[in-house]
Design a binder for this molecule. Structure first.
Ligand code: HGY
Ligand code: MN
Ligand code: MN
Length: 409
């Protein structure tokens, strides 16, 4: 008899975790390694221990809760992240971790010990909103980023990852990646509009698109807004605006999955009557196709050089994150589809527009993702919402799949 997930317990846990770092409108602000993140971590670790999991914290602050199997084999791992962006919803990341804990609860209640151990993890700084790159903890876990490089990453105030890990008490002793999973499955909200628009219950995620994050620091000359003729301007803000317009037009023209976002922008001196002499802004480019993403990067770079030449500006660029598209393990993806359909949940195959820890874990072991619908495709927005029935259905697919894989399926 396959155990069932306790839906009420999952919804209550989501609600309780959402109260930590709660912000106006029902969302969460738990930026990585902040006090709010610490409080969220402490709560989830308490829940892990209450479920009888052996909890390990590694040197980049990833937390893994381990449930013994009948045999001492590499575990089947699930999980996600519990850090959020500053205007985050309550499901992004949190849902995958808490659904993993509900799987453990259901196995405990049913007194089932699986052949393979099962692990539930949350990874440090998946969002990349405070420290870059994003998916930092899982990237270190998968051996894609050295610990010292990760420790040195600093936020806008110059505070480093290493210092913050120490401050919040999550600079753990375990070596990141010491537990090499047999397989990794991440349950997550879609964060896009497709499942909701098509009224499909489960997204069978085949891949994650490529990500290119760049920060531009532009230096011009501040000058009087009224007296400086346009021909004499060296307006740093003009380049920032020009890149935003260019990138949007480029994404529209390229079509397909190409997207472009200027998400962060600051001008100096930021005064109504002064031509800005400094602009710092970010550009987020993504595409499911690596060649097209490189083409977009090259065209933006050419545009930046052209405008900087015309406007006589200095431009410094810094790559904050760069990940090629990742294809998930096809056999595991097929198992996601099988278990959703066995529960009479209709499915559609799709890429992920957002980055996820699973894309890093695919470097270590077969990985796959399960999506549930996001109402109106909203995410990274306090109004992020997924219907309770969909949350519970997704968790049941996760349970059935984990059981299958942990029994050697
Ligand atoms: O940016 C992303 O896709 C993820 O939320 N870190
Ligand atoms: Mn996420
Ligand atoms: Mn996110």
């Amino acid at each position: 008899m396959v155990p069932t997930v306790d839906g009420e317990s999952l919804l209550a846990a989501l609600d309780k975790l959402a109260r930590i770092g709660a912000i106006e409108g029902g969302g969460c602000a738990r930026l990585a390694l902040s006090d709010e993140d610490k409080a969220g971590r402490d709560l989830v670790v308490r829940w892990m221990k209450a479920l009888g999991l052996e909890v390990r914290v590694d040197a980049i602050g990833n937390v893994v809760g381990l449930r013994a199997g009948r045999e001492d084999l590499p575990p089947v791992m699930t999980g996600s992240h519990i850090d959020t962006v500053r205007t985050g919803g309550r499901y992004d990341g949190n849902y995958g971790v808490l659904a993993g804990l509900e799987v453990i609860r259901a196995l405990n209640t049913a007194r089932i010990t699986t052949r393979r151990p099962i692990a539930v993890a949350f990874f440090t700084n998946e969002e990349g909103a405070r420290f870059q790159p994003d998916m930092m903890g899982s990237l270190v876990y998968a051996g894609g980023l050295g610990l010292n490089e990760a420790y040195a990453a600093a936020d806008k105030d110059g505070v480093s990852v290493g210092d913050e890990l120490r401050r919040i008490g999550y600079l753990g002793a375990a070596r990141p990646g010491a537990i090499r999973p047999h397989a990794f499955i991440e349950l997550h909200i879609e964060q896009g509009p497709l499942l909701d628009e098509e009224k499909v219950r489960i997204g069978v995620v085949e891949s994650v698109q490529g990500i290119s994050w760049t920060e531009y620091t532009v230096t011009g000359v501040s000058n009087h807004a009224g007296t400086t003729p346009m021909r004499l301007r060296r307006d740093a803000g003009y380049l920032a605006a020009s890149v935003n317009l260019f990138a949007r037009k480029l994404a529209r023209e390229m079509g397909g999955h190409q997207v472009a976002t200027v998400g962060a922008l600051s001008l100096r001196p930021n005064l109504i009557n002064v031509v800005p002499n400094r602009a710092v802004f970010t550009l987020d480019l993504r595409n499911t196709d690596e060649q097209r993403l490189r083409e977009a990067e090259a065209r933006v770079a050419a545009h930046v050089a052209e405008v900087a030449g015309e406007e006589r500006l200095e431009v410094e660029t810094k790559v904050l994150a760069r990940f090629e598209p990742v294809i998930f393990d096809s056999a595991l993806v097929d198992r996601v589809e099988h278990h959703a359909r066995t529960l009479s949940l209709d499915t559609r195959r799709m890429p992920s527009g957002a980055g996820h820890d699973a894309q890093m874990m695919q470097r270590l072991c077969p990985a796959a993702m399960i999506f549930v619908p996001s109402v109106a495709g909203l995410s990274h927005n306090v109004k992020e919402h997924t219907e309770p029935a969909d949350l519970i259905a997704g968790a049941q697919v996760l349970l059935n799949l984990l059981l299958d894989v942990a029994e050697g399926g």
